[in-house]
Design a protein around this ligand. Structure first.
Ligand code: CAA
Length: 407
């Protein structure tokens, strides 16, 4: 959205994030990417600026205003504009805390959210497994009841911020015989006996942020750690969480695309070939225009999805999936084009642009691959086709009588 459509509060969060990003993240982004090391000093700067409280209500120690998800997206975009790794390293705290926020008991919210909001403890999300990626419902991690406690055993895959996070929202099977009430959600804390970090992944992008396997070897948790105090609602909580969090990934993609466009624009305006800056060539101008239009369209979709979530719309999964699908594809296209505009220099690690392309790739994959986003969108679309009878007079279908409608 243009600045005129954003509130004063939205602009304040965006400007704070922009300042922290320029001062504390841009100068170190390449180095931490090379070292694959979590940038603790930058995270401390985000915490000092109050950014971890953006989406958490005031009663739980945060500073959420009227539009917490939109504010979260504005912050994630600004961080990702300078470093996609730090963008997701921040956003994943929303992914990890949404289950508690959306489904936790008041006691669970009071116990965990103030620490997250203050940036004192990071929080992560453990859903995927080696054999259960897109098909999240087929997970094998078990939580077996023992008295009023649960014993969690299994391995999770691709836990972003695993190891640096101290709190984990974990999904496990409590009733293997049930179809729709199979899975429950738990909160597990670092240091609980049996919980450990397994393989630390060596990644193409977002390299400053750890992505790991998390291992649960008979981790015993009490009833107070069963999310919402209810068994059987874990899959629903996971899906609702993803509906809330996917605009954050889309915002990460917008930030990456914008950041790559910034560098590309700077480059083509100064790089002289054939006696003139590249930007004087018509074919370069046309490509810049296409890149800008993609960034703007993606940003509008992200803001629309976020605002709908903030205003309590019912079809948020549909909107979130569109924002994620479009914005992450736009990020891949724009960052690839930016590398091309840098020519031979773009391929070299001496310049910041190749990192944007590497960081962008994962946005098309995590928090639901874009194939899954298409599935969510098309399922919603096909359902809505049942409400299109007003078109029937214009589309005669002699093979259907009134009793034979498609189902
Ligand atoms: N909100 C609430 N409930 C929902 C829902 C939603 N958005 N979507 C589905 N449900 C409910 C359904 O109503 C149904 O409930 P009942 O059994 O009570 O009827 C139940 O969940 C099962 O629904 P489906 O039959 O639609 O489920 P499915 O097995 O076909 O899967 C899916 C649906 C959309 C494909 C889902 O599995 C999915 O989103 N997969 C992708 C998982 C994903 O995004 N993983 C990424 C993890 S995070 C990550 O990437 C790492 C990181 O740290 C960044």
């Amino acid at each position: 959205m243009s600045d005129l459509l954003l509130t004063k509060e939205n602009l304040t969060w965006r400007d704070i994030a922009r300042e922290v990003a320029e001062k504390h993240i841009r100068p170190i982004a390449a180095e931490y990417d090379r070292r694959q090391e979590y940038p603790w000093e930058a995270a401390k700067a985000l915490a000092s600026a109050g950014l971890f409280g953006t989406w958490i209500p005031k009663e739980y120690g945060g500073s959420a205003g009227e539009t917490p998800v939109l504010d979260l997206c504005l912050v994630v975009e600004e961080l990702s504009r300078v470093c996609g790794g730090m963008g997701v390293g921040f956003a994943v705290n929303a992914l990890g805390s949404f289950p508690i926020l959306l489904a936790g008991t008041d006691e669970q919210k009071q116990r965990y959210l103030p620490d997250v909001a203050a940036g004192r403890r990071l929080i992560a999300f453990c859903l995927s497994e080696k054999m259960a990626g897109s098909d999240a419902g087929s997970m094998a991690t078990r939580a077996v009841k023992d008295g009023d406690h649960f014993v969690i055993s299994g391995e999770k895959k691709w836990t972003t911020n695993g190891g640096v996070a101290e709190i984990y929202s974990v999904f496990a099977v409590t009733d293997p015989n049930s179809r729709s009430r199979r899975i429950s959600a738990f909160v597990v804390e670092k240091g609980m006996p049996g919980f450990s970090i397994g393989k630390i992944e060596d990644k193409m992008g977002i390299r400053c942020i750890p992505v790991v396997e998390t291992i649960f070897d008979q981790v015993r948790v009490g009833p107070a750690n069963l999310l919402g105090g209810r068994e059987g609602y874990g899959f629903k909580h996971a899906m609702e969480t993803l509906d809330h969090a996917r605009p954050g990934v889309a915002a990460q993609a917008v930030g990456l695309a914008q950041g790559a466009l910034d560098y590309a624009l700077h480059w083509v305006s100064r790089r002289v070939q054939f006696g003139a800056p590249l930007s004087s060539q018509g074919q370069i101008q046309g490509r810049l225009a296409d890149m800008q239009a993609k960034v703007s369209a993606a940003r509008h979709l992200v803001h629309a999805a976020a605002l709908n979530i903030d205003r309590g719309a019912s079809n948020i999964g549909f909107l979130a999936a569109q924002a994620k699908l479009f914005a992450t594809n736009a990020a891949m296209e724009v960052t690839t084009e930016a590398v091309q505009l840098f020519g031979g220099y773009g391929f070299m690690k001496d310049y910041p642009i190749e990192k944007f392309m590497r960081d962008a790739k994962i946005t098309q994959i995590y928090e639901g691959t874009n194939e899954i986003q298409r599935l969510v969108i098309s399922r919603n679309l096909i359902k809505s086709a049942m409400h299109m009878d007003h078109l029937a007079p214009y589309c005669p279908m002699p093979w259907l009588d009134n009793k034979q409608k498609p189902n």
